[in-house]
Design a protein around this ligand. Structure first.
Ligand code: ZN
Length: 167
C-alpha cells in the first residue's frame, strides 16, 4: 500500500537530531494513522470500548490522545512553561510538530521542534503503557523524561545545538 501524504507534511517528519522511530511516529500522528481505538474500530477490530484508555471521557482519536486528554494537556503546559512560551491552540497535529515559533531563532526552533516531537512520543508511549499494562504516568516525571530524552538525543547528534541548549 502506498501512503500518500500532503506536501505540507514533508518537513514535519524529518528532524536530523532525533532517531527515525520518532520521525515515523510524528509522520503517522500527522496523518492520524496511530492505532488509536477509533482507527482500530474503523478497521473492524472488535474492541470493548472506543473511549480513551487514560481518561475514559471521550472517544480516543489521535488529536484527543496527543492534545486534549488530561495527561497530554498537563504535559504540554509543563513543557511550554519550561520554555517560557505561550501555549497556542493547535487545530491539528501538523501544526503542532512544526516547531516554528516567531519568538525563536532558527537554531532554537530546531531545539524546540525536537522537544515537541519527544513530548508527543512520550505521550504516546504513556498511552500504550496505560492501555496495555495499566500503568499511569504523572506530569512531573513525564516532563523530566522529555527534558532528559531530548537533551540526550540532541547532544549525541549536534555539539553546536547542545551548546545552545546549555545556554
Ligand atoms: Zn483521554
Amino acid at each position: 500500500m502506498i501512503l500518500q501524504r500532503p506536501s505540507t507534511h514533508k518537513e514535519t517528519a524529518r528532524n536530523k537530531l532525533l532517531p527515525q522511530k520518532i520521525g515515523l511516529f510524528v509522520w503517522r500522528a500527522n496523518l492520524e494513522r496511530l492505532p488509536v481505538r477509533v482507527e482500530l474500530d474503523k478497521r473492524g477490530i472488535d474492541l470493548d470500548s472506543v473511549r480513551c484508555p487514560i481518561c475514559n471521557n471521550d472517544i480516543e482519536t489521535v488529536a484527543h490522545i496527543l492534545l486534549h486528554c488530561s495527561f497530554a494537556k498537563d504535559l504540554w503546559s509543563r513543557v511550554f512553561r519550561w520554555w517560557n512560551l505561550n501555549r497556542p491552540m493547535y487545530a491539528n497535529m501538523g501544526k503542532m510538530f512544526q516547531g516554528n515559533r516567531n519568538a525563536l531563532s532558527s537554531q532554537t526552533s530546531k531545539l524546540w521542534q525536537s522537544v515537541e516531537w519527544v513530548c508527543g512520543y512520550i505521550i504516546w508511549r504513556n498511552r500504550n503503557l496505560n492501555a496495555f499494562q495499566k500503568k499511569k504516568g504523572n506530569g512531573p516525571t513525564a516532563l523530566n523524561e522529555v527534558q532528559l530524552k531530548s537533551y540526550e538525543r540532541i547532544s549525541r547528534r549536534s555539539k553546536e545545538l547542545a551548546m545552545e541548549w546549555n545556554q
